[in-house]
Design a protein around this ligand. Structure first.
Ligand code: CA
Length: 412
């Protein structure tokens, strides 16, 4: 207990990224993940500034509503701080960060959330996503433009609609209060986990019996096993009877764990404020996959483009399917015609008959039929002939079949 408590925080740069732009915090009552973005310079600064500011709320509140209010205020304060930092450090223009935070007050949780990091509750062996993704695709789903299935494979599924940072003076933050109880396990993670590790694997890692440290490390390992293209951060807390979920001392991971480093003032861009004020969205060029579409028309144009691409893929598939079906049908027709060049003599309703086709059936499909019936009753044949007919006698051709029938008739 002295060192690990019942919470854990782990952050990993991943296998592709050059630096870790995530930050995480596991404290006494407060647990936070922030995923920064904003080009080569700003992401790590943004998440670190936000987490450092929000950790000031890590204390016991008298009510969950007070805690929720304090969290909300801290996120707004972090937003202002980010804007001020950009004002002083022009090279950070466009930086932003997601924030997902929970603050425990006895058996209730105050939550504040913006962006696409996620808050999950693992209760009774069931994993539930508590936070909503503020992503482009989720907005399309919510407005009925695309389905949840389309969203899961959407090419723009990582594009963010809402973040803290150099974008919006009054960001829209989700704030809520939820009940919790001993035995609950809360997970906060960056999309470096949730975009690459399935819910089933996350639930398996969280399964009862594992310590928070083991479970957090296993989650990070699952992401690494998937190639970890993104930074991955996991904060985990178990709710017990003690009233707090203390990590003593609190731990900070990711970029917030190091001192803030700014680039030299000499590369500060001059005269950027007027353009930022006039075009707050256009002034923020980032090379990350997060942006705010400027209008619904732009959204609709994007959707149309994606739909067209999906339709082209569907048409290619339909053509391929049609070719396959045509090949199967052709093979079946050719095969059937082949069988119909065969004849045999057999028994039909107690009489000798000439059949066209082959004796075998393919499932319910009969590959032979009576071509010519005769008046020769099986009863009139010798036992040997009768047995031969019942077992069927192959003929090389229709005339050969006639010859066999004539022989049977003569032998009577
Ligand atoms: Ca990320």
């Amino acid at each position: 207990m002295a060192t690990s408590g019942n919470s854990a925080a782990v952050s990993h740069v991943g296998k592709i990224r050059a630096n870790n732009q995530d930050s995480g915090y596991a404290g006494t009552y407060l647990f936070v993940v922030a995923d920064g973005m904003g080009g080569h310079a700003g992401g790590d600064v943004a998440s670190a500034i936000a987490v450092k500011r929000i950790t000031e709320t890590d204390r016991l509140y008298t009510s969950p509503n007070d805690a929720a209010f304090a969290l909300h205020a801290a996120l707004l304060a972090a937003n202002s701080l980010l804007a001020e930092t950009v004002f002083d450090h022009g090279e950070l223009t466009g930086m932003g960060t997601t924030v997902s935070a929970i603050l425990r007050v006895d058996n209730q949780i105050a939550m504040a959330h913006i962006g696409d990091s996620r808050i999950y509750l693992y209760r009774d062996a069931e994993l539930t996503q508590i936070s909503a993704d503020h992503t482009f695709v989720q907005r399309l789903v919510d407005s009925g433009r695309i389905t949840q299935e389309e969203a899961a494979v959407h090419p723009r599924r990582s594009v963010l609609m809402r973040v803290l940072g150099d974008v919006d003076a009054s960001p829209e933050i989700d704030t809520t209060v939820l009940d919790t109880r001993p035995g609950d396990r809360w997970l906060i993670c960056s999309d470096g986990l949730s975009s690459y590790v399935t819910d089933e694997k996350i639930a398996a890692a969280l399964a009862a019996g594992s310590s928070t440290d083991d479970a957090a490390n296993r989650l990070v390992k699952e992401s690494l096993d998937q190639g970890a293209p993104d930074n991955v951060t996991v904060v985990l807390v178990d709710i017990d009877d003690s009233g707090d979920s203390s990590h003593n001392p609190p731990i900070t991971v990711g970029s917030a764990a190091s001192a803030l480093v700014f680039e030299a003032d000499s590369i500060r861009k001059p005269m950027r404020l007027p353009s930022l004020l006039l075009h707050p969205l256009k002034a923020t060029q980032t090379d990350d996959s997060h942006f705010e579409p400027e209008s619904d028309e732009y959204l609709d144009a994007l959707i149309l483009e994606d739909r067209r691409r999906a339709r082209r893929r569907r048409i290619s598939w339909l053509v391929f399917l049609a070719v396959v079906v045509a090949a199967i049908v052709t093979a079946a027709v050719v095969g059937y015609q082949f069988t119909q060049q065969h004849f045999y003599v057999g028994a039909d309703n107690g009489k000798v008959a000439i059949f066209q086709g082959v004796q075998q059936d393919v499932g319910p499909i009969k590959l032979s039929h009576v071509l010519e019936a005769t008046n020769i009753s099986l009863d009139t044949l010798s036992p040997f002939s009768r047995q031969s007919v019942e077992a069927t006698i192959n003929a090389n051709s229709l005339s050969d079949a006639h010859r066999i029938v004539d022989q049977l008739s003569d032998a009577k």
